[in-house]
Design a protein around this ligand. Structure first.
Ligand SMILES: *[C@@H]1O[C@H](CO)[C@@H](O)[C@H](O)[C@H]1NC(C)=O
Length: 243
């Protein structure tokens, strides 16, 4: 009997642990990724789908993307650790390629990108155009931007590739713009999985024309109201006179 109770307790405890685990999983998820290829490097720490830290290998330092109000913590030594990780990654990569006899990678091409302005659109007001690529493996994807047919890829910034639950990646590119009516922007993706095909999206600047409908409704409503008052007054006066 005692044993049975103990077992039940144990089961309950396990259940509680399990719940706590799934709660913790539902509320927050962090991810740490260090990766390398012949041409690309990544070392990133992410929290709840957002990049928190990453190593900028071009500039040679760690970048903290947590905003001031969220009490970002410094990460001294993180950049050096990231550089060391890259050495380990390159060695492992070479070993793996040898062991697997350069077996070709499986590629997942990205879907068509999403292209949208970050802020509410106003003529001549500074804004940022965001191009979002997702569903691809491996990282990274390359972004090509045009503005009215001109290549403006060099002016765009690119985010760290972010791994998703299905192990594909999501990545963003941002282009600062000053929208004017009729401008045409495009964002195209390049990825080995696309085999030379491109996936692209075009976005044309169109400001909403002020609509006549509200003024028409207002005028009709006001007229009906005034007619109502006139008719009401007429019957009121008439009623008084009659008796
Ligand atoms: C656009 O410019 C970028 C950067 O100079 C270059 O890498 C890319 O090949 C160009 N794309 C096209 C389609 O010409």
């Amino acid at each position: 009997m005692k044993l049975l109770i103990q077992q039940q307790l144990l089961q309950l405890l396990q259940l509680l642990l399990l719940l706590q685990y799934s709660c913790a999983q539902d509320f927050h998820s962090n991810v740490r990724i260090a990766g390398c290829s012949a041409s690309d490097r990544e070392d990133m720490y992410g929290l709840d789908g957002e990049v928190a830290f990453y190593a900028d290998f071009d500039k040679g330092h760690e970048v903290n993307t947590v905003p001031e109000f969220a009490d970002p913590v410094d990460c001294p030594g993180c950049y050096d650790a990231a550089v060391n990780n890259q050495d380990v990654c390159q060695t492992s990569l070479q070993n793996a390629r040898k062991a697997m006899k350069d077996m070709p990678l499986e590629f997942d091409p990205p879907g068509a990108p999403l292209l949208y302005p970050r802020d509410h659109l106003k003529p001549s007001h500074h804004n940022t155009l965001v191009c979002q690529a997702s569903g691809f493996y491996p990282a990274p994807v390359r972004f090509y931007w045009t503005k009215d047919g001109q290549n403006v890829s060099l002016s765009a910034s690119v985010s760290q590739p972010y791994p998703q639950k299905d192990l594909t990646f999501t990545q963003f590119s941002r282009l600062d713009i000053t929208p004017e009516e009729g401008q045409v922007y495009s964002c195209a993706l390049d990825h080995p999985g696309l085999k030379g095909e491109t996936r692209s999206r075009i976005w044309t600047v169109e400001f909403q024309k002020p609509s006549l409908a509200p003024s028409v409704f207002c005028a009709v409503g006001l007229t009906l109201g005034l007619v109502g008052v006139a008719v009401g007054t007429f019957f009121l006066v008439k009623g008084r006179k009659c008796c």
